[in-house]
Design a protein around this ligand. Structure first.
Ligand SMILES: [Zn+2]
Length: 328
């Protein structure tokens, strides 16, 4: 389901499943630039809370914008954005299936040192304690957009599965338990690769949940609901969930028909999450999860929180405002 964004004078209205949500754009900052290859003006609305500590420590933050560029070909542009939301530099990232390394073309250089050639940094991801490596022994994610090779898992032996994202910016190599269906795993990993390719800003701390999540999930073929969960997980430090009083009222009126099996405990959890998202402008999925965690002992693990949130999102009771670029 695609969200439709209509930009008017002061506000953006998100139309989604027939219910309109609005937030004032003066709460959002704009990151705006003109692509030097295709001359399109691209814009990102961002909550000030998302311009993280990274800007403070590095002086800038990196965002990736994948868009239909010159000759209608999808292209990735890496942007270096300073604390005033100004794009200081844009770099076009090229990749081809034949060449192993992506190449970097500096287009508009300012005083930020840019790599002339992709230099990959190996980064070992410490998974959460409940990662058992039962089905997923090992996962290497080569990310050409962020010049990282993320390594999840360990030494276990098994079958190797390799996939690439649509634009070849993400390559994933997994070692899996021999008895599991290769086709199911390929489906999961292909979706994961494409999601990672479209993330504007990837928070590496999220990857600690990835191995744990996939270890259980890859046994079966993915469902739409599970892909939504994976997407929410990967965006959970940059996506902002919203709810309104009318959403909550609709939920109250229809809860018995929609969720006939819902226990009292689950009902309270659903309501807590919606209330935490009520008129929310700044808090990310992770922030909401932390807030709700304090009230409900049963929602301690992020993936569990995400699965409940996914349920509410798929019914339209919560709208997710992702960090996305638009052409204006
Ligand atoms: Zn372009």
């Amino acid at each position: 389901m695609r969200k439709r964004y209509i930009i008017s004078h002061n506000s953006i209205f998100i139309k989604h499943t027939g219910v309109t949500l609005s937030f004032k754009s003066d709460i959002r900052q704009r990151v705006e630039y003109v692509c030097n290859r295709c001359n399109k003006s691209r814009i990102l609305f961002i909550a000030p809370s998302l311009q993280s500590d990274k800007v403070a420590s590095h002086g800038y933050i990196e965002y990736v914008d994948v868009h239909y560029c010159l000759n209608d070909k999808l292209n990735a542009i890496k942007l270096f954005v300073d604390k005033n939301y100004a794009v200081r530099s844009q770099v076009s990232i090229k990749t081809s299936s034949s060449s192993d390394e992506s190449s970097f073309n500096e287009i508009a250089g300012l005083n930020i040192p840019l790599p002339k050639k992709a230099e990959f940094i190996n980064q070992k991801i410490e998974s959460t304690r409940d990662y058992g490596a039962y089905n997923l022994k090992k996962l290497d994610i080569k990310d050409k957009l962020r010049e990282r090779i993320y390594q999840i898992g360990g030494e276990g032996e098994g079958t190797e599965v390799e996939v690439k994202s649509t634009l070849n910016f993400i390559e994933i190599k997994a070692t899996i338990e021999e008895s599991i269906s290769r086709e199911n795993v390929e489906g999961w990993l292909k979706n994961l690769a494409n999601m990672l390719e479209s993330v504007v800003s990837l928070d590496e701390t999220l990857l600690q949940y990835l191995g744990t999540y996939l270890d259980h999930m890859i046994l079966d073929k993915h469902t739409e609901k599970e892909l939504l969960e994976l997407d929410l997980l990967l965006h959970s430090t940059v996506a902002i969930p919203h709810s309104t009083l009318s959403h909550i009222n609709i939920f109250d009126d229809h809860v018995n028909e929609l969720f006939p099996e819902l226990s009292v405990v689950s009902f309270r959890m659903y309501k807590s999450i919606m209330h935490a998202c009520l008129n929310n402008e700044q808090k990310t999925i992770i922030d909401i999860s932390d807030e709700v965690k304090d009230k409900h002992i049963s929602i301690q693990a992020l993936p569990y929180f995400i699965s409940i949130l996914g349920q509410l999102v798929s019914f339209g009771f919560i709208n997710i405002e992702k960090l996305e670029f638009y052409t204006i």
